[in-house]
Design a protein around this ligand. Structure first.
Ligand code: AMP
Length: 417
């Protein structure tokens, strides 16, 4: 049965908490952005305040073996500072029995990188490149078997389990999903996870209408499942950025050298037909800022999005598109945004994405619920200074995308089961 941090009695209990401390480090192993550490603090502090002790576990990077570069010892100092207590360190996540057992209420222990073990992901490592399917299958069976012991060991350290790692909630890994079964009556979400789940439900389940999704980014292929799920749920679907040109081409438009995926034209047509059948307003860019080269210094002109001249490529949404999108955004009560509507990394083509961020901020001020999720759109709102002017900024790239594809995330299901 699922428990809740606010009502759970942590007195004298040891909580093993899966967090996402996968923070960027520079070449001196200094943290360059500690957002993920800070976002986990409300949960960690609450356990200590309520008389519990902490066993904190995370991955860092993608090590394929024990590799000091990816050691979590680089971040112990920062975690201690944020938590306000000195955090102990276990330099092998599978050999922390004594340290975990010795923890007193108010104390915290950070385990070494879980991904130093293949068992965390449950995927075999070191297979020869020419391994046969049989060999791969056998190796997978071996790691899956040893994964049980790996997870059991982690579980043995604690009395209860908290998952606060939304960034890995779409992975059925040892520490994100499998461990939950050892705590059938003592498992719960951390506050960050609760916030992310609530944000997703505000958009996908309990949305105030009109509901608008703005989907941008480079490729239709990476967001096909998102588009297919949303087209049946939203009132307005704005498709911008590089992926928009596949739709414009599917409609018979001329797109010059713009990014597109011919093989996805049938899917684009299907999505447009479904939008029409369901009365969904699917809004593509009507005017595009095009360039004669993929560079900030290229020559620029504004053209109708369906009439891009040969030799030119669509780089950003033009003012006419932005005006239409603004009207849709300001008339909406719930808005989901994923993916930039232009090549926002180049200053001359960032205007469209900046305008969307501004529109979302205005809609939020007017009482709309706005969720920004997934990779580059999060980077864009943060860089442009709008992160605290929207209702919620998700911490999960892939996890948020899978959630808006309508999938049940293993890390969420394991707690609810
Ligand atoms: P994604 O990771 O799919 O959300 O895509 C984000 C990337 O899409 C960013 O790096 C943008 O520069 C890129 N992008 C957005 N619009 C365009 C465009 N019109 N042409 C090429 N790339 C684009």
């Amino acid at each position: 049965m699922q428990q809740y941090i606010d009502s759970y009695d942590f007195t004298g209990k040891k909580a093993i908490v899966r967090v996402d401390f996968n923070v960027p480090l520079n070449e001196n192993f200094e943290i360059t952005d500690d957002t993920r550490i800070r976002r986990a603090m409300p949960t960690l502090k609450k356990v200590l305040e309520k008389g519990g002790s902490l066993i904190i576990m995370s991955h860092l990077g993608r090590p394929k073996k024990v590799d000091p570069k990816f050691s979590l010892k680089h971040i112990v100092g920062r975690v201690s500072e944020c938590l306000g207590v000195p955090v102990q360190f276990a330099d092998d996540c599978q050999k922390a029995d004594a340290q975990a057992a010795a923890l007193k209420p108010g104390e915290a222990l950070l385990l070494e990188n879980l991904r130093f073990y293949a068992e965390e992901e449950g995927k075999p490592r070191g297979l020869a490149e020419d391994a046969s399917d049989e060999e791969k299958k056998a190796a997978k069976a071996v790691v899956k078997e040893s994964q049980k012991e790996f997870v059991k060991k982690l579980a043995s350290y604690a009395d209860c389990y908290i998952n606060d790692a939304f960034g890995t909630a779409h992975r059925a890994h040892g520490s994100t999903a499998l461990i939950a079964k050892y705590f059938p009556n003592d498992k719960m979400f951390g506050y960050l996870m609760e916030g992310e789940i609530e944000a997703i439900e505000n958009v996908l389940k309990n949305a105030q209408r009109p509901l608008t999704a703005i989907i941008g980014g480079s490729k239709v292929s990476s967001k096909l499942a998102v588009l297919k799920n949303l087209v049946g749920k939203v009132d307005n679907l704005i498709i911008g950025g590089g992926m928009g040109y596949t739709f414009i081409k599917a409609e018979g438009g001329k797109i010059g050298n713009s990014l597109h995926e011919d093989e996805l034209i049938p899917d684009a047509l299907e999505i447009m037909a479904e939008a029409k059948a369901k009365g969904v307003n699917l809004s593509l860019s009507v005017q595009t800022k095009v360039a004669d080269d993929f560079s900030n210094d290229a020559n620029i002109q504004l053209v109708p999005s369906h009439e891009i001249p040969d030799g030119w490529e669509g780089m950003d949404a033009g003012p006419e598109s932005l005006k239409r999108w603004k009207e849709i955004i300001l008339a909406s009560k719930t808005i989901l945004w994923n993916g930039p509507v232009g090549v926002f990394e180049l200053p001359n083509f960032a205007k469209g994405t900046l305008q969307i961020a501004e529109d979302l901020a205005e809609a939020t001020k007017n009482g709309a619920y706005t969720l920004v999720g997934g990779g580059d759109s999060v980077a864009a709102v943060t860089k442009m200074g709008y992160a605290d002017k929207v209702s919620y900024v998700s911490t999960g790239g892939g996890a948020m995308l899978e959630a808006i594809e309508g999938k049940e995330l293993p890390g969420i299901a394991a707690i609810r089961e």
